[in-house]
Design a protein. Structure first.
Length: 234
């Protein structure tokens, strides 16, 4: 699996994808679930055997827009869930993808005036980095970890050492982002591996929830400003 940090945030989206693994073969059907200017996450209808760094042809359709790009396998989450990098984009296609991302930012992040839009904004998982710890049982030491994405409702953590955690297990979580410390209860919602665990925050006080929402807003605004600045330079 790829371990390098993404330079561009990925935004949730939905669309159909045709993935041609080999020349002359019919494409495999899939759907796209998130997108950045340099890659995407795809979920196949049927299990596939793809190897790290394999090059395939991707044709995807999002909001009536159609793109065809080369995709390089960067992350293999399962035999159906694959992350691709776009190593060879023409200026025209890159521009169209960045325009689409700008629209996604506007639709789901910037236009957060309604209650539903604000909630969606705060539930969007944002890439971040910070030290973290996980306490499995009361009285035990915290296992060291790092936090890699965050929303107002949950996070993804990478444990320093493999641990055995069951679905829906309740644990104590500590993490620090932008010099702001948090201590919350976490419920296991997604087990990607024995070191990559997704947590939900089911029991937040109003004060802590507000602090998390403010932090997520700050992280999102920073992403929007950085993306806008890069578009101006381009």
């Amino acid at each position: 699996m790829a371990t390098e940090r993404r330079r561009d945030p990925r935004f949730e989206c939905a669309g159909a994808v045709d993935v041609q693994l080999h020349v002359g073969e019919p494409p495999c059907l899939a759907r796209i679930v998130n997108l950045s200017a340099e890659g995407c996450l795809v979920v196949f209808r049927e299990p596939q055997r793809l190897s790290q760094d394999m090059i395939v042809e991707l044709t995807f359709r999002i909001d009536d827009l159609k793109f065809r790009v080369w995709g390089q396998v960067r992350t293999i989450r399962s035999d159906r869930e694959i992350g691709f990098q776009f190593p060879l984009l023409s200026d025209r296609v890159r521009g169209r993808i960045e325009d689409l991302i700008s629209q996604l930012i506007e639709d789901f992040l910037i236009k957060g005036s309604s209650g539903d839009a604000q909630e969606k904004r705060r539930q969007t998982r944002i890439l971040c980095t910070g030290s973290a710890g996980i306490q499995m049982h009361a009285g035990e030491a915290f296992y060291p970890a790092k936090i890699v994405n965050l929303s107002a409702g949950g996070c993804l953590m990478i444990l320093q050492k493999p641990q055995s955690l069951a679905q829906d297990t309740m644990v104590e979580l500590t993490f620090q982002i932008n010099s702001i410390p948090f201590h919350v209860r976490g419920k296991v919602r997604e087990i990607r591996s024995d070191t990559r665990i997704g947590f939900e925050f089911p029991l937040l006080s109003k004060k802590v929830r507000r602090q998390l929402e403010d932090l997520v807003d700050e992280l999102i605004d920073k992403i929007v400003r950085r993306f806008a600045q890069r578009k101006e330079i381009d």
